[in-house]
Design a protein around this ligand. Structure first.
Ligand SMILES: Cc1cc2nc3c(=O)[nH]c(=O)nc-3n(C[C@H](O)[C@H](O)[C@H](O)COP(=O)(O)O)c2cc1C
Length: 183
């Protein structure tokens, strides 16, 4: 992949203001920018609950977030794990992204189909193993290709300070994923 022309979409699956996963996305953003990559933040917090009754006309906020996704060569998802699963808001967004852009569209005519995806999870002792497994299955079902999947188990110091950087290995994990991305 040409390391000068990528646009990487950063998508945080948490709604929490000081989200650990959001902190990872911010660190990744500055690493990517230092390497001359284009970064697109995927803003999805206002996306409504999905209903097939509301697909057309597509809500403006959904059109906007689909537009952000479609600018990207790669979507980098930073996800919490809720009970081993994908958090509800994030799953809802992915359902919207899996749907046709027009009534009766081909399966491939969605915002997500054919795009590359990287997964990163910050969580408890299992480092988000369950959510990465479920996201991998979901992304494949949506026609996306997972190129990298990594997790980090937060240290007690991170949990008590709400600071992801109090966990060793954060920079190395993100740098490794960027290396995979840039090939
Ligand atoms: C409903 C709920 C379920 C959770 N389940 C898990 C879990 O299965 N595994 C895990 O590692 N952490 C779990 N946690 C703890 C999250 O890792 C923790 O809340 C973390 O801060 C969420 O990520 P964020 O900081 O990016 O929002 C759970 C938290 C909530 C609110």
């Amino acid at each position: 992949m040409d390391s000068h022309t990528n646009t990487i979409g950063l998508l945080t699956g948490s709604r929490r203001k000081n989200s650990f996963n959001g902190q990872l996305a911010k660190i990744a953003e500055s690493m990517l920018e230092k390497q001359g990559q284009n970064v697109q933040i995927i803003n999805w917090l206002d996306v409504p609950f999905f209903s097939q009754d509301d697909e057309f006309p597509t809500p403006e906020v959904v059109q906007k977030v689909r537009g952000e996704v479609m600018k990207c060569d790669v979507i980098w998802i930073f996800s919490p794990e809720y009970n081993g699963q994908i958090p509800g808001g994030e799953k809802n967004l992915l359902d919207w992204l899996s749907r046709g852009l027009k009534p009766g569209a081909e399966r491939s005519d969605t915002a997500a189909y054919g795009r590359k995806v990287m997964l990163t999870t910050a969580g408890g002792r299992a480092a988000g193993f369950g959510v990465r497994k479920n996201l991998t299955l979901l992304c494949k079902a949506m026609g996306m290709t997972v190129i990298s999947s990594e997790g980090i188990a937060l240290s007690p110091e991170s949990w008590s300070s709400d600071n992801v950087m109090k966990t060793p290995g954060v920079d190395e994990m993100l740098e490794g994923q960027i290396k995979t991305l840039l090939g």
